[in-house]
Design a protein around this ligand. Structure first.
Ligand SMILES: [Zn+2]
Length: 76
């Protein structure tokens, strides 16, 4: 399963990242991961942004909740 996630950083920029894993078997898994699980934290969100759109995000990974999840769309 693959999800496309739109994240907004405190500077107002919007980053679109993708999360694909064979370990997701239910839409609820992805929803939980991003809304309440590990990927709800800034440190992991910054990894996705750094890897996929802007490498400068990858070098400083403090925990927090300043990166907002704007949308999450799941494709089978
Ligand atoms: Zn964290």
């Amino acid at each position: 399963m693959r999800a496309t996630i739109k994240l907004q950083t405190p500077d107002g920029q919007i980053h679109t990242v993708e999360d694909e894993s064979v370990y997701y078997t239910e839409v609820e898994h992805i929803e939980f991961m991003w809304r309440e699980g590990n990927y709800s934290c800034d440190c992991n969100r910054r990894l996705f942004i750094g890897r996929l759109t802007d490498p400068s995000y990858d070098d400083d990974l403090p925990c927090g909740d300043t990166i907002k999840l704007l949308s999450l769309e799941v494709a089978e």
